[in-house]
Ligand binder design. Structure first.
Ligand code: CA2
Length: 141
């Protein structure tokens, strides 16, 4: 099966800043271990700081992969356009947040993506991505 992992703005800084919130591992090295763990499946990774590039990528992969693991980062709380893109594609999308957004500032409690996502994982660190991939592999027809 083919699963696309998509990270939104500033997640390229993982492991370099705010390690108390997001941990000290960068995503590229985590992705190496994920690919090893799900050997036999095709995992791709895309990160962008640009809303338009994220929408283009969701539209591109959303018609061909079996599922998408999406951390929309700050765009979770602002982007109707990204939510529209998720709603427009056939691939199921699991929304992942590294931190527990409900333990943080109130502006992070609302996500435009959640109502159009199949499910949400929040607050389990990078493990959330692994659980989301596992869910998609086991539950997508
Ligand atoms: O907890 C998450 O995964 C978030 O999606 C991360 C976003 C934040 O806006 C959401 O409310 C929750 C922020 C990503 C910024 O990532 C950084 C990583 C390292 C250093 C600085 C920022």
């Amino acid at each position: 099966m083919e699963i696309a992992i998509v990270n939104g703005p500033n997640l390229n800084l993982l492991g370099k800043r705010e390690v108390d919130i997001y941990g000290n591992q960068d995503f590229d090295s985590y992705f190496v271990t994920l690919k090893r763990e799900f050997d036999g499946h095709e995992l791709t990774y895309f990160q962008s700081n640009s809303e338009g590039k994220l929408i283009d990528h969701i539209q591109e992969v959303g018609f061909k992969v079996d599922g998408i693991v999406l951390n929309p980062a700050g765009y979770s709380h602002t982007s109707v356009a990204l939510a529209d893109a998720v709603a427009a594609i056939p691939a199921p999308v699991v929304e992942v947040h590294i931190s527990n957004i409900f333990l943080r500032e109130s502006f992070r409690h609302h996500s435009y993506i959640s109502p159009v996502a199949t499910g949400i994982v929040s607050g389990l660190g990078l493990t959330g991505y692994r659980l989301a991939v596992e869910f998609l592999l086991n539950n997508v027809k």
